[in-house]
Design a protein around this ligand. Structure first.
Ligand code: TYM
Length: 329
């Protein structure tokens, strides 16, 4: 059985970009694979977090995993900082990675834009190495993520191959990213040229999985489109409408082509109204399940059990890696 690993940062609640790009895959994959899903809290502290809020968000994300359909009987759900192997392997991989390749990461470039070197936390710079450690620690074959993580997966593969070549053995399994055709890059509703993100200031730029029906409606009705009133997919000329079509298609399972036909000559009013309905129908059950799970004893048990199962795998990999590197006795 192939092994799957993925993670989400607990820096805020999940939005539909996270869901359609990554979490939808988490649920699909668990039927045929051994899946490990992590709340990557150590990634979150690359920027300062309010401790109490971080704690809440960690549990929110774990509960959201279950609310969207990750089944703890089939998959492992756990918190990164509770398995110390991530930090240990992170250090080992840091020693095998180069400043040059880390400087080329677009997320690093974006996050450090306009800042002096003296004020950029080094965690932001080495963050992709910790992500590589997350993946390699579990000998994962497949990593389901959105498009924005592509470069980080490439780095993970490069590191694994580099170390395997150095020792002339399979110290690491070389993983592959898994990206969806639709949903891999959901854009902000107010600005379809930048990706939907947890941290954007305008709350109407995204739809969170915990948003009320009223908020969802308002966000979609306000979403930026264009003035030619034709429902057609054209990412260059009509980025706003194309983004809404992607969202509609992934939530409903109807192809973009069929949606274009369905709304021919209709303008944006009806299209948006139906999209509101489709989105609310998809999100309401998630929100309701989240409310049941979030403060339940079940969540604590799932995370305790997940930590144990994750630790057992991590320990074995780390012992192998330390031997290959000649660390310890
Ligand atoms: P994060 O927490 O930013 O996002 C979680 C997942 O959601 C995807 N995603 C999107 N997909 C489509 N459209 C969007 N607008 C959108 N925004 C986010 C992301 O691609 C991701 O799959 N570095 C990772 C977390 C991580 C990780 C890992 C992932 C740490 N270690 C190991 C996989 C394996 C991150 O910051 O994701």
């Amino acid at each position: 059985m192939k092994r799957v690993f993925s993670g989400v940062q607990p820096t805020g609640n999940l939005h539909i970009g996270n869901y359609l790009g990554a979490l939808k895959q988490f649920v699909e994959l668990q039927e045929q694979h051994q899946c490990i899903y992590c709340v990557v809290d150590m990634h979150s502290i690359t920027l300062p977090q309010e401790p109490q809020e971080l704690r809440e968000h960690i549990l929110d994300i774990a509960a959201l995993y279950m609310a969207v359909g990750v089944d703890p009987k089939k998959s492992i759900i756990f918190i990164q900082s509770e398995v110390s192997g991530h930090a240990e392997l992170g250090w080992i991989l840091n020693c095998a990675s180069y400043m040059g390749e880390l400087s080329r990461m677009t997320q690093f470039k974006d996050k450090s834009k306009g800042k002096e070197n003296g004020s950029i936390p080094s965690g932001i710079f080495t963050y992709p190495v910790l992500m590589a450690a997350d993946i390699l620690l579990y000998d994962a074959d497949i990593v389901p993520v959105g498009n924005d993580q592509k470069q980080h997966i490439e780095l993970t593969r490069d590191l694994a191959i580099r170390i395997n070549n150095r020792f002339q053995k399979q110290t690491f399994v070389v993983p592959e990213g898994r990206f969806l055709k639709e949903g891999a890059r959901i854009m902000a509703l107010d600005d379809p040229t930048s990706k939907m993100s947890k941290s954007a200031e305008n709350d109407f730029s995204r739809i969170s999985l915990l948003d009320s029906d009223t908020k969802i409606k308002k966000a979609i009705m306000k979403a930026t489109t264009d003035s030619d009133a034709v429902v057609r997919y054209d990412i260059e000329k009509k980025p706003g409408v194309s983004n809404l079509l992607s969202i509609y298609s992934t939530f409903s399972g109807i192809s973009i082509e069929d949606l274009e036909k369905q709304y021919e000559g209709c303008g944006y009013g009806n299209f948006k109204k139906d999209l509101v309905e489709v989105t609310i129908d998809a999100i309401r059950p998630i929100r309701e399940r989240f409310e049941e799970i979030r403060n339940s004893l079940e969540l604590t048990k799932v995370l305790d059990d997940g930590r144990e199962r994750a630790e057992a795998i991590a320990e074995k990999t780390l012992a192998r890696v330390k031997t290959d590197f000649g660390l310890g006795r």
